[in-house]
Ligand binder design. Sequence first.
Ligand code: AMP
Length: 324
Amino acid sequence: MCGILINKALQNYGKIKDIHKHFSLLEPENVEICMETLFLKQYLLMERIEIKEKLIETIQVWKKKGYKIGFVPTMGVLHQGHMELVRRSMLENDKTVCSIFVNPLQFNKKEDLDNYPNTLGNDLQLLKSAGCDVVFTPEADAFYDGVELNKYNFGILGEVMEAQFRPGHFEGVAAVVKELFLVVTPDNAYFGEKDFQQLAIIKRLVNLEKLPIQVVACETVRAKSGLALSSRNVRLTDEGRLKASDVYDALSFCANNTSIFDSQTLVEMAVAKLAQRCEVEYFEIVDEDSFERIENWEESEHPRAFVVVHIEGVRLIDNMSLNP
Ligand code: AMP
């Protein structure tokens, strides 16, 4: 029975997770056997691909079978924030590709690139046990070989906050994501709201390049303290993590006090609070669609606060909607 279910799901759906749909048909003792088999299958089935051409071949086979493809681009050091994107992709698609690639082009400071953590072994385990179909781990030289880098006009999005403080960052992000999109040709691509400006850049990129890809925004996953999960958090000491929770407190303070204070006052109060224990790079309240700075609340239906701080030499980014 288990074998039939597994084969049926593989043939009909191409995904192990779909077998869960049939669990109601099984006796309880068989559910356990089925789960064990699934577990083993997951370990056997995830494929690691390092060469672009090989990935393109795999995708072509999937496309011929009419599979819907979900894609989750990452820089590795995976945590539950990334895995939420993977989980969502697996739910909404027949096949899920996750890429792990620390893109040198998006680091404007060499030491930031050099210090970027690497936990590949653990990342692969996490993806395997989640049931991800393919993990793409290219080498930078081969990945960019022959790729022409475009210059995009992202408008104000390409000028403020991350664009202002990390010159060249979004050009690097656009270059890697466009190339990944051309290789993976996903139906759906999953990005976290934690990097809200990046998400907006990707939507703009898809628009400018007229790519038939749905960009799916996923909510920020946070630790109990409110700290947004980030690959960079592994470099914080316990004390640093404690200080980092001030970021969530400052954002929440703004979200809870829009009826009392104007935006400029909220920014000043938030910066004053954060500056007690962190180095603040920027704190802005802007409209989340236009990215124009807000002077009066009437100017925006969707105000959002954006912040970057440095703690123990680690750059932490976060944002929060200020809509009630
Ligand atoms: P990164 O590996 O940092 O480039 O992130 C890969 C993707 O995961 C990006 O779309 C991020 O926005 C997303 N991501 C990172 N951290 C989180 C989080 N805490 N919650 C939700 N998405 C996240």
